[in-house]
Design a binder for this molecule. Structure first.
Ligand code: ADP
Ligand code: ZN
Ligand code: ZN
Length: 855
């Protein structure tokens, strides 16, 4: 403020995001309240004739335009994004070409704007007039009287409360005029979260066994045999179970009532504990506090290096490579401990929480009361809850999927991305189209946080970053760790003698096992021998043995790629594009094969070009087919299907897992991988129905994805203390992906895949931008794509982007989605981003920068 009492105007740059308005605009701050404004606040600003919401991203010295309008109000005094997040949003917007407003919006919980509300009250002047017995208005209209009476009688009210009191009345207009006349005033606030954490009461046995047995017949007064029996049943149930057990379950199973349980508590046999529980679908998780184990020698080595990051000696992300079960999560837990000790907070990202319940539980058990969990089945209110707690520093850890990266922690110290190769970290369906992995790396860097990326099968690009030294590459020995105690429990569950033969001692408590053996079956040989079933003879035999021992099997079907490529049943030959080497896709409508990368076309051959066989046909095995084939072989088998159809319902993942893990089915047929860390002691056989199906998708990452999923599936069999084996059926047994997966040989896969990509010019050697146009009319989609491609070609030549190539325009692999035809153009080159940034095709186009999938 200057000395002559004239205030200089202060300006704010605001990212606006409401339907039809996207952009960054400058406003000035109202003079009286300048001090109240902060970076990252949600404000309301005039825009044309309406008011819209926006986020303050900057206080520029000079506005970009000469005439600025005034900001109307602050919707929440606490900023909705931190300064670090504003910077992050700018980075995402710059690197993915997503509008800044949309990107900021993605950081704020959905429904927050809905949650904002105004409180209406009488002004001080009005209060004085009331006290003096004067009327507030000489001649109030009926609507004015209604509103004023309400505020006089009930005091300050939120807009939503007034809505309820004056239904169907347009009171807001009245309120506006009363505000202008200084009779009432309104103030915006964000509503309090409507949802609170949920607790459940459980009972745990605390007495000693001897005194429990002594008291067993003395739990009720003489002459009350029924009460005695109830209490005995309850006590026995609680004693049997090491973990606390929910009251509702005790009531259910024993018929005991609250009074019965009170007696047990009074006798010091059991105690009540309150356990925070997650709402569906994780509600069944039992959280028992756990302490940290000693690290294994391999873990210690890795941990020493990560510690350097915490000491500020390295700002590169750590790529932690180790098979499932090698002890990565234990490293994450150690890193979280370090973070909390430093007074900072941690974001833990996991691919899909329904599939990783045990990872989530481990964080909750190790750090009770400090973990917030985000997952797709939370209501907006619950999500908002977690977000607010994090914003106020009331949580230390948030575990969640990709959106967890937007947790507004005040002092972030750690980001972990578990299974960092997972495609679910990329948001491709809506804007901002961002990759949470790159986002995490950048955010960690600007926040001074440590970033750990864990994977059993790092993607080639990530591994290459490690090789080049851009990331710190760390690996854990390839073997599976387990507690002696938990194996004991599993063996008991399986009704087996405690035999630890699969395991070698690592120390007193910890055992380790080698990875399971993988048996590759050549399906061409099966056909030659006259076996036309989708199950090889080997797999049929092994299934029979498994079922006869009352053990369980998993049959896995690669969902991706089971679609429409053509291959020969006799020699395994699949038809590929002579230019791109990707599989050609059948279009039966026009009896044609097409390359979705370059547009190459040819007719569907009648005989195999390689061996002349007539058994060249397209493929399309689904879980239902596998199920019925299985039932033909084993009529009594109990099956469960786990695919898109059966998991659509809320909580379905959990239900299927629960059924399978409690042995209510013998064989699980799935297109999705089983929950990480879920203990399935009875699963001793894993069959991959067709290992090579995914290899034939027209996507440069098809091989990588197939290798990843096969490795994951194979790992599933290695977890049973009863031992286990994997059968991998294929028409292409010599393919390097199949070979590497069967041998658990990541490095072999990596080297071959890297050379392949170098030769064809794919990431990590070149970058890709995918441009897509959709239209209800196929001709017009094609035309628009052609027009833009031609323009782009012109720019490439004019501006000398010599090594930049356009691929297409071609129809996308999924050529029609929701009634719209998709055409795509790929731009490959060292820096296609700068080209497209300058020559953006416009809002009608979908622009993806380095998308993990180009189908
Ligand atoms: P990953 O995350 O690589 O799948 P985990 O961290 O889950 O591996 O480890 C596999 C199993 O071994 C888990 O049951 C875990 O509790 C146990 N474990 C890992 N490290 C140790 C350790 N240092 N001491 C005792 N148990 C361990
Ligand atoms: Zn052939
Ligand atoms: Zn091609």
């Amino acid at each position: 403020m200057s000395s002559d009492n004239r205030t200089t105007l202060l300006y704010a740059r605001i990212a606006v995001n409401v339907p039809h308005v996207q952009g960054i605009f400058d406003y000035h701050l109202p003079e009286e309240t300048q001090d109240a404004f902060k970076l990252g606040q949600l404000v309301e600003v005039p825009f044309g004739r309406q008011s819209v919401q926006g986020v303050i991203i900057e206080f520029p010295e000079k506005p970009a335009v000469t005439q600025t309008k005034e900001i109307q109000k602050i919707l929440d005094p606490t900023p909705v994004v931190t300064p670090g997040q504003v910077e992050l949003a700018q980075y995402i917007s710059r690197e993915t070409l997503s509008p800044l407003g949309v990107t900021l919006q993605a950081m704020i919980p959905a429904g927050l704007s809905v949650q904002s509300d105004s409180t209406y009250r009488l002004t001080d002047e009005s209060e004085i007039m009331l006290e003096e017995g004067k009327p507030l208005l000489p001649e109030p209209s009926p609507s004015q009287s209604r509103l004023l009476d309400l505020l006089v009688n009930r005091g300050p009210l939120r807009g939503r409360q007034i809505d309820r009191a004056l239904p169907q009345k347009n009171w807001r207009k009245t309120a506006g005029s009363l505000t202008r006349r200084g009779i009432i005033k309104s103030q915006s606030t964000l509503a309090d979260p409507s949802v609170k954490p949920k607790y459940e009461r459980r009972l745990q046995f605390i007495g000693d066994l001897e005194s429990a047995h002594d008291q067993m017949d003395d739990l009720a007064r003489k002459g009350y045999p029924e009460a005695l029996a109830r209490r005995q049943r309850a006590l026995q149930l609680i004693m049997k179970q090491p973990e606390p057990i929910a009251l509702s379950i005790i009531y259910d199973k024993t018929g005991a009532n609250l009074n019965d349980l009170k007696i047990l508590i009074k006798r010091d046999l059991v105690k009540i504990i309150e356990v925070p529980v997650l709402r569906d679908p994780l509600a069944d998780l039992v959280i028992t506090p756990q302490s940290a184990p000693n690290l294994t020698p391999g873990q210690k080595e890795v941990w020493q290096l990560i510690l350097e990051g915490f000491q500020g000696n390295s700002s590169k992300p750590y790529l932690l490579h180790g098979v499932t079960g090698s002890g990565k999560t234990e490293i994450y837990l150690r890193a979280v401990e370090e973070t909390i000790a430093n007074g900072k907070q941690a974001i833990i990202m996991v691919p899909e929480i329904a599939l990783t319940p045990q990872t989530v539980t481990r964080f909750m058990s190790r750090f009770p009361d400090r973990v917030g969990v985000l997952h797709s089945e939370l209501s907006p209110g619950e999500r908002y809850d977690t977000w607010r707690l994090a914003r106020h520093g009331a949580l230390d850890i948030v575990v969640g999927p990709r959106s967890a990266i937007f947790t507004p922690f005040p002092d972030l110290g750690l980001i972990v991305v578990d299974e960092c190769h997972d495609d679910s970290y990329y948001q491709g369906d809506i804007s901002p189209r961002y990759h949470a992995l790159h986002t995490a790396i950048y955010y960690a860097k600007v926040s001074g946080a440590v970033c750990i990326l864990g994977s059993a099968t790092p993607d080639v690009t990530g591994r290459y970053q490690g090789e080049r030294g851009n990331w710190n590459y760390l690996s854990l020995p390839e073997r599976i760790l387990a507690h002696r105690e938990s194996i004991q429990v599993q063996l008991n569950q399986a009704d087996q003698d405690p035999a630890f033969s699969r395991y070698q001692d690592l120390d007193e408590e910890l055992l380790m096992a080698d990875l399971p053996s993988v048996n590759v079956i050549d399906m061409r040989t099966e056909l030659k021998a006259g076996n036309r079933s989708i199950f090889s003879r080997e797999l049929q035999e092994k299934l029979a043995v498994t079922l006869s021992k009352n053990q369980q099997a998993i049959l896995f079907l690669n969902r991706r790629g089971s679609a429409t490529y053509i291959f020969c049943r006799d020699c395994g030959y699949s038809l590929r594009c002579p230019r791109c080497e990707t599989s050609l896709t059948a279009h039966h409508s026009d009896h044609e094969l097409r390359c979705h990368l370059c547009g190459y076309r040819r007719n569907i051959p009648k005989t195999c070009p390689k061996c002349g066989s007539q058994r060249i046909r397209h493929l399309g095995t689904g879980t239902q087919q596998v199920e019925s084939a299985l039932k033909d072989l084993f009529p009594d088998v109990r099956t469960l299907r786990w695919d898109r159809d059966t998991t659509r319902k809320k909580g379905a993942h959990w239900e299927i897992m629960e059924k399978f893990s409690t042995h209510q089915a013998d064989v699980l047929i799935g297109t999705q991988m089983l929950a990480k860390g879920l203990d399935l002691p009875l699963v001793t056989l894993v069959g991959v129905v067709l290992a090579d199906s995914g290899l034939n998708l027209p996507d440069f990452r098809a091989s990588e994805r197939t290798f990843q999923v096969l490795t994951q599936v194979a790992g599933r069999a290695g977890r049973s203390p009863l031992g286990g084996e994997v059968i991998l059926q294929t028409f292409d047994p010599d393919h390097y992906v199949i070979q590497a997966a069967a041998g658990h040989d990541y490095e072999d896969f990596y080297q071959q895949e890297l050379e392949h990509r170098r030769g064809l010019g794919y990431p990590p050697f070149l970058k890709i931008i995918r441009l897509e146009i959709r239209d209800k009319n196929p001709k017009s989609a094609e035309k628009k794509a052609g027009v833009y491609a031609a323009t782009l070609k012109g720019w490439i030549e004019k501006e000398g982007f010599r090594s930049t190539r356009l691929v297409g325009p071609t129809p996308a692999y999924f050529s029609k989605i929701r009634g719209e035809w998709r055409w795509q153009i790929l731009v490959k080159g060292p820096n296609p981003l700068s080209l497209i940034r300058d020559h953006h095709p416009g809002p009608e186009w979908i622009v993806e920068v380095d998308p993990p999938v180009i189908l």
